[in-house]
Design a binder for this molecule. Structure first.
Ligand SMILES: Nc1ncnc2c1ncn2[C@@H]1O[C@H](COP(=O)(O)OP(=O)(O)O)[C@@H](O)[C@H]1O
Ligand SMILES: [Mg+2]
Length: 425
């Protein structure tokens, strides 16, 4: 079914439920509708089209919220699938208002580009804690940090942590995945967390001095789509390397970011306010600005390269849980041993298993690379066999580990002492 048909059906369902007075049901349907529009926005190549779809996503999320709070929405849908809202230049949410910053920025071309960029950060993701292998202790830490942001403290007790989290660790260890799972685990008032995956490196330095505005717009958008998780990836790109602090543009962005984070920290435990959590990630924590670092307090977590037990679990997820069989079950333990996979990140293990699967599939199905007419292979079932020891030894030769012992030692030493700096090579 096309997404347009999906929109029509889901909207009809939402309106039917809402007319019948089933507001919780209508809320769920409007929320679904919001997700469909979001996915459609992320597939759109035209900035204008994307903006319209994002507005539809936001409007339906607002409708879901109204239903949740017991207000029946007076079906103000402005446009259907494939149609444009009645007046695309004045997008609005269910209350007919749009954020101040968004309204200001939509007046000029640079502003419109910033809006398109910020809207592009919203992602749908179905990652859950179960998809992540070998990080049980870390997952408890993340759950604890999230819980600490939503609980209330007795009168007179000062809150210590905001819930905002800094993840440090080498590339490919699952930081983005963990942030996505955390976003999906946020459920407040029946609404799941929206995930904003922000690539700071791509944002900084663009639009001459306008990046701060993008950050303000980002938080405004996240608040409107509350609950939300803002994932600031490559946070180190705001700072110069080797801990010389931040440059002028980084400083301006950082100022906005820290004040937005402070503002949200105060609101997050109020059930009637919007909820926005910030999670930042970096591969070079030693280059971070001290003001930024201190902002995360105790909520700094090391996402380390997995040890043998963790690697076994990740390999099991990538092989057995995906339906592949092993000729010898003991190969899973063998492959996870230090001798074979020390220094392999989760991403390296994914590449390793993909190479092994692919070569087995090509061996079993030579026609896949030899067809003349695609019809010969379309829809035919591929033949598979259990993976052999030799498939893995061949894959190990092709996919090297990406994390050296020295890299991991640097992270561990930095976690013990944030003044530690790795020696320059
Ligand atoms: N602990 C893990 N469990 C399962 N898969 C993992 C794990 N860590 C990494 N991966 C795999 O590696 C990919 C890259 O991980 P990612 O979250 O992007 O790492 P990072 O953000 O730290 O660079 C993931 O999409 C996933 O397929
Ligand atoms: Mg990442």
């Amino acid at each position: 079914m096309s997404w347009i048909q999906d929109v029509k059906n889901t909207r009809e369902r939402a309106e039917r439920l809402s007319a019948a007075g089933d507001l919780p049901g209508a809320a769920a349907a409007y929320n679904e509708l919001s997700e469909i529009w979001l996915a459609a926005a992320s597939q759109s190549f035209s900035p204008e089209d994307r903006r319209i779809r994002m507005d539809e996503s936001l409007r339906n999320r607002e409708l879901a919220k109204r239903c949740k709070s017991g207000i029946s929405p007076v079906a103000p849908h402005s446009g259907g699938a494939g149609e444009t809202p009645s007046n695309p230049s004045t997008p609005g949410n269910a209350n007919g208002t749009i954020g101040k910053i968004r309204a200001q920025l939509s007046n000029d071309d640079i502003g419109k580009m910033l809006i398109a960029q910020v809207d592009g950060f919203a992602q749908t993701s179905s990652v859950t804690w179960d998809d992540i292998g070998g990080q049980d202790a870390l997952i408890s830490d993340l759950k604890k940090a999230l819980a600490s942001a939503v609980v209330k403290y007795p009168e007179g007790i000062k809150r210590e942590a905001s819930g905002d989290i800094l993840m440090v660790g080498p590339p490919g260890t699952g930081k983005t995945m963990l942030a996505a799972a955390l976003a999906n685990s946020i459920c407040l008032d029946g609404m799941t967390g929206r995930f904003y995956n922000v690539g700071l490196a791509g944002l900084k330095g663009h639009y001459q001095g306008n990046t701060e505005k993008a950050i303000s717009l980002l938080y405004e958008t996240a608040r409107e789509n509350s609950p939300a998780l803002v994932f600031m990836d490559e946070i180190d790109s705001l700072c110069t390397s080797r801990g010389q602090g931040v440059d002028a543009s980084g400083r301006a962005i950082l100022g906005v970011m820290l004040s937005e984070m402070d503002g949200m920290a105060k609101k997050n435990s109020d059930p009637h306010a919007s909820f926005v959590l910030t999670v930042a990630a970096t591969n070079t924590p030693w280059s971070l600005d001290p003001a930024l670092l201190s902002r995360f307090g105790e909520n700094r977590v090391l996402v380390a390269a997995p040890a043998a037990k963790g690697r076994r679990e990740i390999l099991r997820k990538l092989l057995i849980e995906q339906g592949y069989q092993l000729e010898k079950e003991s190969d899973l333990d063998w492959l996870a041993e230090d001798k074979q996979t020390a220094g392999y990140s989760g991403r390296d293990l994914r590449s390793l298993t993909s190479v092994a699967k692919r070569s087995m599939e090509m061996e079993m199905n030579p026609q896949l690379s030899q067809w003349k007419d695609l019809k010969e292979v379309a829809g035919t079932e591929v033949k598979l066999r259990p993976l052999k020891h030799s498939d893995f030894t061949a894959a190990l030769k092709r996919v090297p580990p990406s994390i050296t012992e020295e890299t991991m030692t640097n992270f561990i030493r930095w976690c013990e002492d944030p003044n530690y700096r790795p020696t320059a090579k």
